[in-house]
Design a binder for this molecule. Structure first.
Ligand code: PLP
Length: 380
């Protein structure tokens, strides 16, 4: 059987990784400024993570949600404490799309409504409701067209106020839009979403799948605005590569047995990975480190000629060039051996490294980026 060919691939096969580095079988090393798409939060193969995960695999790796799994409670307890949402409840699932799918369902179960408001540039995943709330017709199949989703302009509070009424079930927004090219939801916009949701009885859903888990320099990107959502979705950095996602649910929601469910969500291994990640984030002060290293990178990059705009917070950084960045990213990868990310905006490079990337490693990137930018600018 061959693989269903849906991914454009680089001809590179990592065979090992440690911290912010990957290497292939020939021993060629690559610096990881992409984190496998914002997934690597505490660094590749962190010793504490490896120990916890292998130890758990040797004891018990999986049993279904028909039995007590106290690791889930430990994970919820630690997540509540570190994120500042200890009064919320946690539903565990397996991916970002699934987290958003469940959050949207919960909102609809809660107020009995159907209409969802999402925003231009939004990416919420590829499952049915999540993709319906994603602003990309190329990844939406005819069956995904529900007619229940209204897209409004991102960061436009007035448009939102004008379109809210008692039919709106939920407003879903990313703390920082990732796929769109790192576009920060303004503090005023998030506050407006909170107030109009309160006014009309709609649920505010914060998609922190990419911007959460310390990446922005706060545990959640929306915490800069001080507006508390009703539902917060998480995945990516939560498991440092182990597939795990979750929904943080405000106390206003009433659980009913059987209302949500999953076979794999919250299994022993996923919980062990999630707990190890939270332990390392706390012990190594990674939220603060993301803020400091991110500010350093952004300050340095802003000074470079050929850079039009630098957006983001912490270690979620979008560097918009004056020209399309594909060739430059390719040179960074194949000449300088540095992974970076792309965005739907062809001029923007995404920088999403592990939260504990070292200053010296950031300098290696900055030096290489400057070098490639200078020569690429001449050919652009
Ligand atoms: N939400 C956001 C903001 C994302 O960036 C992504 C993935 O890139 C998702 C949801 C979907 O997550 P997953 O690919 O784990 O389903």
């Amino acid at each position: 059987m061959k693989l269903f060919d849906v991914y454009p691939l680089f001809d590179i096969e990592p065979s090992g990784a440690q911290g912010s580095w990957l290497w292939d079988k020939a021993g060629t090393r690559y610096l990881d400024l992409y984190g496998g798409h914002a997934v690597i939060s505490i660094g590749h193969s962190h010793p504490h993570y490896v120990k916890q995960l292998t130890g758990q695999a040797a004891r018990i790796g999986f049993y279904s949600n028909s039995v007590k799994i106290s690791l889930q409670e430990e994970l919820a307890e630690k997540l509540g404490e570190l994120s500042g949402y200890s009064g919320y409840s946690l539903f565990l699932c397996n991916s970002g799309a699934e987290a958003n799918e469940n959050a949207l369902k919960l909102a609809s179960f809660h107020n009995g409504r159907k209409k969802i408001i999402a925003f231009s540039g939004a990416f919420h995943g590829r499952t049915s409701l999540a993709v319906a709330a994603t602003d990309d017709s190329a990844i939406s199949a005819p069956v995904n067209g529900t007619g229940n989703v209204l897209f409004l302009s991102f960061n436009d509070g007035q448009a939102l106020e004008a379109h809210m009424d008692e039919s709106v079930c939920a407003v879903i927004v990313e703390g920082i839009q990732g796929v769109a090219g790192v576009r920060v939801a303004s503090e005023g916009f998030l506050k407006t979403i909170r107030s109009v949701c309160d006014q009309w009885g709609a649920m505010m859903i914060l998609d922190e799948v990419q911007s959460g888990y310390g990446r922005s320099g706060r545990f959640f990107a929306h915490q800069y605005a001080g507006a508390q959502p009703d539902l917060i979705t998480v995945a990516k950095g939560m498991g440092n590569g182990f597939p795990v996602g979750g929904v943080l649910i405000s106390p206003r929601f009433q659980a009913r047995q059987g209302m949500l469910g999953t076979t794999f969500g919250g299994n022993h291994l996923a919980c062990a990975a999630g707990i190890a990640v939270l332990d390392v984030i706390r012990e190594e002060g990674l939220v603060q480190r993301a803020l400091e290293t991110g500010s350093y990178i952004m300050d340095q990059v802003k000074r470079l000629e050929g850079v039009r705009e630098v957006r983001g917070r912490g270690l979620m950084i979008g560097i918009e060039l004056e020209f399309a960045c594909a060739a430059l990213r390719k040179r960074l990868l194949f000449e300088e051996r540095i992974f970076t990310g792309s965005a739907s905006d062809k001029n923007t490079i995404r920088i999403l490294p592990a939260l504990n990337i070292k200053r010296e490693e950031a300098d290696i990137f900055l030096h290489a980026f400057n070098k490639v930018l200078k020569s690429q600018k001449q050919t652009a």
